[in-house]
Design a protein around this ligand. Structure first.
Ligand code: NAP
Length: 240
């Protein structure tokens, strides 16, 4: 049995790459996703092929009751060493046309999801006197992005939560950091005007989910034992 890493939104995209990377580093994985059972099942098989345990835990991170119901039995048995809050989506619209649903769903998944999941895990990490929490934020929350006022607000809020929680939990040897991806090739960015974005990226290409996962793996490893309250950007130099 290895230490446990709990990764939200890990069926596809960045979360999946994080889960596979952490499994390669020796972690057993609690693999959360929302509805794509097929993607989660193939991620589970890849993790088990690496010789690690994998427990799929499907729930919507924005749904408080679902989070509590799914985590309670798992937390009775084990305490994760690492929590990666990755689940999320964007619902873009120009601000004047942004609906209540677009505003609330994006805040609910990124900020509500962080709150519902992290508050259940933290007391267990505090008792264990160790832990790593990594929140996936975004370049959009660092600089602001037109058409994404909801998403930029949510991700900037998550940066604030990261820094505040790092201060609260430092004495318990729990490190809290964020990783801010730029333009990463996943389902989330399918259909965006790649050539437009490419012009602004010094490395001249979108990043891969694995390149974001590399930062998360570092933050969950012994190599980052004096790093807390930080935001590491994985953005190819975008918005330097
Ligand atoms: P993705 O390819 O669309 O994958 C999203 C994953 O999150 C899926 O596994 C999905 O589950 C899960 N998910 C979505 N909503 C959920 C919910 N309410 N509860 C539980 N799981 C949920 O997205 P991605 O590009 O990997 O993005 C992952 C994170 O990185 C997000 O927080 C995103 O904001 C952030 N990010 C992405 C980029 C980028 O360029 N791609 C840039 C900056 C930040 P199902 O498969 O079941 O739907």
């Amino acid at each position: 049995m290895g230490p446990v890493a709990f990764v939200t939104g890990a069926g596809r995209g960045i979360g999946r790459a994080v889960a596979l990377g952490l499994a390669a580093d020796g972690f057993d994985i609690w693999l959360n996703y929302r509805s794509d059972h097929q993607a989660a099942e193939s991620a589970r098989q890849e993790i088990e092929a690496l010789g690690r345990r994998c427990f799929p835990v499907p729930f919507d991170v924005a749904d408080k009751e679902a989070v509590d119901g799914a985590l309670a039995p798992l937390l009775e048995r084990e305490t994760p060493f690492a929590l990666v809050n990755n689940a999320g989506f964007a619902r873009d619209a120009v601000f004047g046309l942004m609906s209540d649903e677009q505003w609330h769903s994006v805040l609910d998944v990124h900020l509500g999801g962080f709150f519902h999941v992290t508050r259940r895990i933290v007391p267990h990490m505090q008792r264990a006197r160790q832990g790593r929490i990594v929140n996936i934020v975004s370049a959009s929350g660092q600089t602001g992005m037109a058409g994404q006022v909801n998403y930029s607000a949510a991700k900037a809020g998550l940066v604030g939560a990261t820094r505040a929680l790092a201060r609260e939990l430092g004495r318990r040897n729990i490190l809290v950091n964020a990783v801010a991806p730029g333009f990463i090739a996943t389902d989330m960015t399918l259909g965006l005007p790649l050539e437009e974005y490419r012009k602004n990226i010094p490395l001249g290409r979108p990043g891969t989910a694995e390149e974001v996962a590399g930062c998360v793996r570092f933050l969950c490893s012994g190599l980052s034992s004096y790093v807390t309250g930080q935001v590491i950007s994985a953005n190819g130099g975008l918005y330097m």
